[in-house]
Design a protein around this ligand. Structure first.
Ligand code: HEC
Ligand code: HEC
Length: 487
């Protein structure tokens, strides 16, 4: 284990929590960075995320199947398996069932603790004698999941069923979701507290839960208590017709499009690395869904990755759609278009912290221009020049290509030594970036991931859109995927 940073520390459990509990251990490693060690969602990273991570201590959840709005353990496990597409809540399906159950129980424990402490405090104010154990017993009773809603079953989408479902949709749902289920555009930018969003285009597949009968019926009958989606009381036959209608609005498989499952990629070994697009076109591509850290309609939502090696060098090609080429420094814009791939050999690294004190990551990145070259210059320009820069002229510099390592959010990037071991070629054409990285398999510094051995490597991708993403923190990211290099 490499320890590069003497000052960085691991998160510590809040008082009274047993660190031996497997749920606690997993939670602190993977979840606390966003949801807070005590479940308060008060971490630095929360400020960068829309929607905001749930504060579990408030006991509000969106994906529930019960009459009282409390998730069952199965509800929570289902959420952890799928993640919540359209948010940075990734899928944790790579964890085993016992780990997911331990996490679900731990999350519930945080909600109970939050509720118990608030009952205890209220009692103290009103002068009632109630100790924390008694308050916890009350909280446990209160937060017990109620009976599950009566979801009925899938029925064939006949014309009569769909007509009945449409009537119900227009009566109960269209006021918020629009008559076509695409949300009301005028509500898109209305203020929220960040934990919930206005109804979006659910026909595009941005569904926190999936589009199965059980999931949609639960959303309708139980509502989404952590969001502004009310529950609607319906007879079983009505629920069945409405679900059939809502399903008819959602194209098949659309609810799977944005799910951040871990993919595994086999990197083939070839005689000679591809030299051009035609060569790369023969390499299998994997589609990786992207999630913007700060939700916005129209953010880049997928990147295609191809990787191949020749025993000495690895080539990784990334392609994504971007309507505008942002390769020039413009006032008020910190970064142009860009892409980064982070690698690690660690088995279960935290995703968001850019590594951790004991699990460093190696980041390869390319940016269409180097903001360090233009910093200061754009600030000095007078207003006329600013106006011209705003109109798209901009200062052009060489692209920035670097291989760095991070070991935690507060770590400063440490560039790999030994010259520039990494090269990148980029091209923008017809609303699409193609960026190809190349690097020797052997690391030239301990700060870089070595790819010569047969080990599995985990990787994640980030994409910046210079037109929309004003600062380095606003980007679209993938979860960790795994790659194995063929020998
Ligand atoms: C990058 C930040 C991030 C990390 C890491 C993260 N989450 Fe989340 N989580 C979120 C966000 C954001 C939401 C809210 C999504 C929404 O409301 O659309 C959320 C929501 C949830 C919910 C609420 C489900 C509901 O029904 O409303 C649960 C439970 C949850 N996360 C559990 C976990 C667990 C357990 C882990 C660790 C294995 C974890 N999260 C890791 C960002 C994160
Ligand atoms: C008062 C406004 C309102 C009404 C009425 C309403 N919804 Fe919603 N609905 C929302 C909001 C807000 C969200 C998004 C919540 C979030 O993710 O933060 C949502 C989300 C959804 C989703 C997405 C669930 C997911 O998995 O992400 C579906 C499906 C849905 N609503 C269906 C319906 C149906 C069907 C009805 C009518 C029975 C209905 N809604 C009535 C506000 C409403």
């Amino acid at each position: 284990m490499v320890l590069w940073c003497a000052t960085c520390t691991a998160p510590t459990p809040p008082k009274g929590i047993e660190p031996e509990d497997p749920g606690a251990r997993l939670y602190l490693r993977h979840c606390a960075i966003c949801h807070g060690a005590a479940g308060d969602a008060d971490t630095v990273i929360c400020e960068l995320l829309l929607p905001r991570p749930n504060p579990f201590r408030q006991g509000l959840f969106k994906l529930v199947s019960t009459t009282n709005g409390m998730p069952t353990e199965d509800d929570l496990v289902t959420t952890l398996r799928r993640g919540m597409p359209g948010s940075t809540m990734m899928s944790w399906d790579w964890m085993g069932e016992p780990d997911l159950r331990a996490l679900a129980r731990y999350v519930r424990g945080l909600a109970i603790r939050g509720r118990a402490e608030s009952i205890h405090q209220t009692a103290a104010v009103t002068g009632r004698r109630l100790d924390l154990t008694q308050a916890t017993a009350i909280a446990e009773r209160e937060l017990l999941p109620g009976p599950t809603v009566a979801i009925g079953q899938t029925i064939p989408p006949t014309a009569a069923t769909l007509a009945q479902g449409e009537q119900l949709f227009l009566r109960h749902c269209a006021a918020c979701h629009g008559e076509d289920g695409r949300g009301l555009p005028q509500t898109r930018d209305l203020p929220t507290d960040g934990t919930w969003l206005w109804p979006r285009d659910f026909t595009a597949g941005y569904l926190r839960g999936d589009a199965s009968h059980a999931a949609l019926a639960s959303r309708i009958l139980a509502g989404m208590p952590g969001a502004h989606m009310p529950n609607t009381r319906l007879a079983v036959a009505e629920t069945e017709a409405l679900v059939a209608y809502v399903q008819s609005l959602i194209p098949e498989e659309a609810d799977r499009r944005h799910v951040q499952w871990r993919r595994s990629l086999r990197v083939a070994r070839v005689e000679r690395l591809p030299q051009d697009d035609a060569g790369f076109a023969k390499v299998d591509a994997v589609r990786l869904p992207l999630t913007p850290l700060w939700w916005r309609q129209g953010a880049v939502d997928e990147v295609w990755l191809r990787a191949v090696h020749d025993g000495a060098e690895l080539a990784v090609q990334l392609q994504w759609a971007d309507a505008t080429e942002d390769d020039r420094a413009v006032p008020g814009r910190a970064l142009g278009d860009g892409v980064a791939v982070q690698f690690t050999h660690e088995p279960d690294p935290p995703l968001f912290a850019m590594g951790s004190h004991d699990q460093p990551v190696n980041v390869w990145r390319w940016h269409a221009f180097d903001p360090r070259e233009t910093a200061g210059i754009t600030d000095l320009l007078d207003d006329t020049l600013h106006a011209r820069l705003d109109s798209g002229l901009g200062l052009r510099t060489v692209p920035r290509v670097e291989s760095t390592s991070f070991h935690g959010l507060d770590s400063v990037a440490e560039a790999a030594g030994g010259g520039l071991p990494l090269s990148a070629k980029a091209r923008w054409a017809d609303g699409r970036w193609t960026v190809t990285f190349r690097r020797a398999l052997a690391a030239r510094s301990p700060r870089e991931v070595d790819l010569t051995s047969a080990q599995l490597v985990l990787f994640a991708v980030a994409v910046w859109d210079g037109t929309h993403d004003a600062h380095a923190g606003s980007k679209a990211i993938t979860t960790w995927h795994s790659a194995e290099l063929a020998r």
